[in-house]
Design a protein around this ligand. Sequence first.
Ligand code: EPZ
Length: 415
Amino acid sequence: MSRIQIAGGIPLKGEVRIQGSKNAALPLMAASVLHQGKTILHNCPDILDVEYMSEILRELGCTVLRRSDTLVIDAANLCRYRITETYATRLRASVILLGSLLGRKGQVEIPYPGGCSIGTRPIDLHIRALEQLGAITETRENRIFLSSKRLSGAEIQFPFPSVGATENGILAAVLAEGDTKLCGCATEPEIGELCAFLRQKGAQIEVDGGNVTIHGRARLQDSEYTLMPDRIVAGTYLCAAAGTRGNVVLRNAVPEHLLAPIEILKKTGALIETGEDWIQIDGTAAEHSVEYMETAPYPGFPTDLQSQLMAVLTEAEGISIIRENVFDSRFQTAEELKKMGAEIRTEHGMAQIAGPAKLQGAEVISRDLRGGAALVIAGLMASGTTVVDGCHLIDRGYVNICRDLKSLGAGIVRS
Ligand code: EPZ
């Protein structure tokens, strides 16, 4: 497995440009198969998850070409509806193709996406929404098969604002007969991005907070779209700056997407200023603990930044409490942080972090994408050398975390 080696103790300083959003790129790539034509995505991050999704689209009969940060997808010749094990197991987010393949082909078959290291991750809310739109579901040998002669609009209430289920509901409704009203939707910025992308393609969609109305049977057209910046990559680098007591400017960032993390980092003592497309953080005094913080669906504190914040809090003065409300097992990075001297106790979705721990460099293993980024942050903060193993997981979501952090003065190399 690939490894990252970090010589810690250097405060990050300088500017870094934030990449395009992984969690916008994936649903927009899925949406592109609704249309028998071309989609151009600019500012599309060159990361493993996008590569895996590109392979799946090619397997379905699309052409997908990358020219630097631009992806050109042509779905005219899409001819298959079955997603094979190879990629579906590599990319859980391939489940996001259920809605658009059902809309385009009237059927879709996919291996049941397994859980992963952050939780069981069922897809019951996806299936229930698609069935309400007229899909018939069959399960055979751990594969799920959905078919529908004709999808028709419905009023759907999500019991939980699932990002993926919301996206699948929207995608299936675009070509359905009649109007669909989705209530209790996720309101993450990536949902708004998907709706803006689909409107540009010709769909008629209204968004009102957690309610999305889609007027079906849209006639879609070729389109060219520029992806928004990745708010989780931006939040990761804010945490790295706070943890190393550095001073960093993020360019091509959207402060409005990060209000909850900015508020929490200010509680640690970090000074943060923002502009239209930039965020500056002075982490010199980011040494206070956070009495209590919990993750929540947007606009709450994002679960995807929970591990990174935990790393920062290992060196805060005092006791911090983090409650993880979104996934049922997203504290596995704590065990790796404890190898570096962190004092963390986890129980029933709560983590108690006692600091300052005076982290020491160690050999640690990335167990998931965001946990790996958290271990890199801990390595930047620790004294001595840290080696993070399993960095292919980090490559799923970060174009080049070593290049970005090195540009901010970090002592970091890929081995
Ligand atoms: C998206 O995953 C993101 N992935 C995740 O980011 C992110 O952590 C998550 O939303 C929450 O913000 C992409 O956008 C590709 P959910 P998704 O459906 O859609 C439960 C990263 O690091 N649930 O909102 O899978 C589920 O088990 C990744 O970039 C059901 O019970 O998240 C979880 O506990 C990690 N039944 C909770 O809801 C369902 O049918 C949130 O899941 C669906 C979900």
